[in-house]
Design a protein around this ligand. Sequence first.
Ligand SMILES: Nc1ncnc2c1ncn2[C@@H]1O[C@H](COP(=O)(O)OP(=O)(O)O)[C@@H](O)[C@H]1O
Ligand SMILES: Nc1ccn([C@H]2C[C@H](O)[C@@H](COP(=O)(O)OP(=O)(O)O)O2)c(=O)n1
Length: 235
Amino acid sequence: MSVTVESAARTAPAAVIVAIDGPSGTGKSSTSKAVAAKLGLSYLDTGAQYRAITWWMISNGIDIDDPAEIAVAAAKPVIVSGTDPSAPTITVDGEDASGPIRTQDVTSKVSAVSAVPEVRALITQLQRDIAAGAGQGIVVEGRDIGTTVLPDADLKVFLTASPEARAARRSGEIKGSDVAATREALIKRDAADSGRKTSPLAKADDAVEVDTTELTLDQVIECVVTLIEEKQATK
Ligand SMILES: Nc1ncnc2c1ncn2[C@@H]1O[C@H](COP(=O)(O)OP(=O)(O)O)[C@@H](O)[C@H]1O
Ligand SMILES: Nc1ccn([C@H]2C[C@H](O)[C@@H](COP(=O)(O)OP(=O)(O)O)O2)c(=O)n1
């Protein structure tokens, strides 16, 4: 009996923590979901959490241009993320927020809300708690996962792509959208996310950078799966 248990422990892959960061449209969400599903890991979309708190602020009449007002309200909403990669969920105060967090209004305001240090402190703690509770391991995607949220992650990946490729991908998702306008909006949001004082969008020194401009989504998924399997083999 003890032999069976010991050999199972030897062959089961060790829980692995993966951080995937990068700017908008580089393929973080699609890659992270697919990789997590393939390897039986949990998945956390941290951008959805910042979008959720932004949606709550807008819905509750908080002045988005007033960081002090945002800071005071930050602890009020209860944000819960479901981490099944085949059906990720997000609720705010028990209400499904998956639709409303993707509106243009939220997209245009999320950088301002997520720059407020009190918001980041709360959401960062939530993310660390979720990662700590993921028994089989987790793929966490965002902007500051490798640098701030999970600096001890087993693997850190930083995805990049040209602004043109990212804008083409994003505008492909929205019917009738203009690629040039999408490109300008992406560049503006990148600048805000990279320029904020508290845990800006940045590549961790020990992250593997993958330029996805000329790669298909399947190639990026395969690349990250290989990197994770290499880490698991040495854990
Ligand atoms: N390597 C790729 N080649 C082509 N399209 C891609 C690639 N990676 C992602 N996409 C598509 O680009 C869009 C944005 O991808 P997403 O994963 O949401 O990016 P991010 O999470 O970095 O903002 C999606 O429609 C996705 O299917
Ligand atoms: N770890 C994170 C994740 C997202 N954010 C902020 C900054 C981003 O512009 C917004 C939205 O992130 P999201 O990943 O949903 O954005 P896109 O999918 O790229 O449109 O949230 C952050 O500050 N830190």
